[in-house]
Design a protein around this ligand. Structure first.
Ligand code: CTP
Length: 409
């Protein structure tokens, strides 16, 4: 049975060209067993017909605060909803909602509901990037509103850029995830993400291709599942404000931040790609090229995962990654043993669409279970990094101490 079965979802549609895609979202929700109440703004009716939604949804379309059959439709809709989705959410809708203005049935419902709200912005690139829109979105995020970010692609009028409504499949997945039970409530989770930069001089560094996407996805998923999350990261990516972010650059800075944050954590995930070598003596001034090719002497960086493995308190679950280009299982098994981890998530970064910079990943997860002497190996086929994050956390949750109580409770 679908996780959406029987869920009461208010589907708000505001007035943008992407409104036609909300029809597909509506159809998929109903197919998955959800009860969908469509609410259209006046402007959206220029883009998509009421009849279309009324035919597909579980109830006829509502558009007005002055519906004759119900004197207070917004409170009824808001109170009865398990979730309110706005798809698409225009710049005007986001601004009105962020300002707390209730000037039609949809905005009144958004203020009247206590159910979670998911907005799916769609607009022209210039509007999407405008500080006013970004500020409104940041304000909504800080109030706990969930966002499905728009994609890059073809926009109305033939322009190409950021602002296109996310694909209906992505929106449906985000909606499904809103109903995931908060099984990590009471957990403190610490995640590292991104690649470290080791200075050669003030302008040059040794780095790697890590985008931070997988680590950020794990932090976001743990947050969604109710954990208190600290993210130690070298990269700037949008993330829910309830996550504590610690910005670092070098392996040494990451080591210090991780050792401090991990001391009382229930779960620690080293998803970062830590540079293995660093210059012994970074130059204080920019190395000038007319002085000849510099000889940079390197030394190993500290192995943070191994250091965390040494000081790991009883009951803490330690997850490491392994980026390999050959002998995936053997190398990952070696890291599991050498670094004192409970879990190693290993990927073959030479395979297409896997690992660094991609939105997708394909991994094997090696799990050491305390009660058994052997190591379980779970194959996870190519999937979105958010889905991989969910599987990694499922594995971690399955290692929860048998009393079911998190360490930080
Ligand atoms: N790691 C770490 N500190 C380092 C290097 C790696 O904490 N100095 C962690 C990574 O965050 C990852 C795991 O160790 O969780 C494995 O990293 P990986 O780069 O796959 O392996 P290495 O230990 O660097 O070994 P090799 O380069 O030989 O594959």
């Amino acid at each position: 049975m679908s996780i959406l079965s029987g869920r009461r979802i208010v589907l708000g549609v505001s007035g943008g060209i992407a409104a036609y895609k909300a029809v597909e979202v509506c159809r998929r929700l109903v197919d998955a067993g959800a009860h969908v109440s469509p609410v259209l703004t006046e402007a959206s009716r220029h883009f998509v017909g009421e009849t279309t939604f009324s035919a597909l949804a579980s109830e006829p379309v509502q558009t007005s605060l002055w519906d004759e059959t119900s004197p207070i439709p917004h409170t009824k809709l808001g109170q009865g909803a398990d979730l309110v989705v706005v798809c698409p959410a225009t710049a005007r809708l986001l601004g009105t909602y962020a300002a707390g203005i209730a000037n039609d049935l949809l905005t009144a419902t958004l203020l009247a509901t206590r159910a979670p709200v998911l907005v799916c912005p769609a607009m022209h690139t210039e509007m999407w990037e405008h500080p006013a829109v970004q500020d409104n979105l940041a304000l909504l995020l800080s109030r706990g509103v969930h966002v499905v970010a728009p994609e890059e692609g073809r926009l109305a009028g033939g322009d190409i850029g950021a602002g296109r409504l996310a694909d209906p499949a992505v929106i449906i997945e985000a909606i499904e995830r809103m109903f995931v039970p908060p099984d990590l409530q009471g957990w403190k989770v610490v995640v590292s993400s991104g690649g470290t930069r080791e200075a050669i001089d003030p302008v040059r560094f040794i780095g790697n291709r890590s985008s931070g996407k997988q680590g950020h996805a794990i932090a976001a998923e743990a947050d969604r599942r109710g954990a208190k999350v600290t993210l130690v990261t070298t990269v700037d990516r949008p993330i829910n404000q309830s996550i504590i972010q610690v910005r670092v650059e070098s392996a040494e800075q990451m080591r210090q931040a991780m050792m401090a944050a991990a001391a009382d954590a229930d779960l620690v995930v080293m998803a970062a790609a830590v540079a293995d070598f660093r210059p012994v003596a970074p130059a204080a001034d920019k190395i000038k090229k007319d002085r000849g090719v510099p000889q940079v002497i390197l030394e190993p960086t500290p192995d943070i995962l191994a250091a965390l493995g040494v000081v790991k308190p009883a009951g803490q679950i330690l997850v490491g990654f392994a980026a390999e280009t050959s002998d995936l299982r053997e190398n990952a098994l070696g890291k599991l043993t050498r670094k004192g981890a409970d879990v190693i998530v290993a990927n073959d970064v030479s395979a297409p669409l896997v690992g660094f910079e991609h939105d997708t990943n394909q991994v094997i997860i090696l799990v050491r279970r305390a009660e058994a002497d052997e190591v379980d190996i779970i194959d996870v086929p190519l999937d979105d990094k958010r889905r991989i994050a969910a599987v990694v956390l499922d594995v971690a949750a399955s290692l929860r101490p048998t009393d079911g109580v998190a360490r930080s409770n």
